[in-house]
Structures are given as C-alpha cells and as structure tokens.
Write a new protein. Structure first.
Length: 107
C-alpha cells in the first residue's frame, strides 16, 4: 500500500449574512483561492439571532489556501466587514491530499 502525502494548507471558514456571499466569493478568489464551498447555516453569535426584520439567512464559506493567502483573506475581512457586518472568520491548519489543486500558480 502506498503512503498518501498530505500538503499542509489552511482552511479559512467564514460565516456571514447570505447577502454578502457574492462579495465574499469575489474577495477570496481575488486574493488567490482556486475555489470555495458555500453551505447555508444558522446559529447565534455575539450579535444574537437574526431578527425578523433582516431578510435572508447565513452562509458558511470554506476555502483551502496557502498560509499567506489565508492571512490576507482574514486581514481583508477584518478591514472591510468585521466592524459593520455579521461576519466571522477563522483559520484551521489542514493536511490536504492533492494539495496542488488548492494553490494557484502565483502562490
């Protein structure tokens, strides 16, 4: 049996209002992500539950990227979204099989 080689990358997880999905998808791709996964989600955070006066739900956006790209994504989220929007993001180290699929040619 052949040993599987895992590439060490970062998983960026973003939870945000679903209205922000197009902007956040553009942001992660512009900063170097080769793709992303979006999943509808719900929950409660520091801002409480979403009220009935705010249409829509939440999305969880997951992106596997290099450490450098992950840090750029989180920095841009902090700069552009954290203060004014219901957005949170975190980084998790991951070992990925076929890691070259997640890192664009510029990284």
């Amino acid at each position: 049996m052949t040993a599987i080689q895992a590439t060490q990358l970062m998983l960026v997880t973003i939870v945000a209002e679903d209205l922000l999905e197009p902007q956040l998808a553009t942001l992660v791709k512009t900063l170097g992500a080769t793709g992303f996964t979006v999943t509808p989600c719900s929950g409660e955070g520091s801002r409480g539950l979403r009220t009935g006066s705010m249409p829509g739900g939440n999305v969880r956006i997951e992106v596997v990227v290099s450490k450098d790209v992950s840090e750029m994504i989180i920095a841009k989220l902090a700069e552009a979204y954290f203060a004014h929007c219901a957005v949170i993001g975190w980084l998790t180290p991951v070992g990925v099989v076929r890691g070259e699929k997640y890192v664009g040619p510029q990284h």
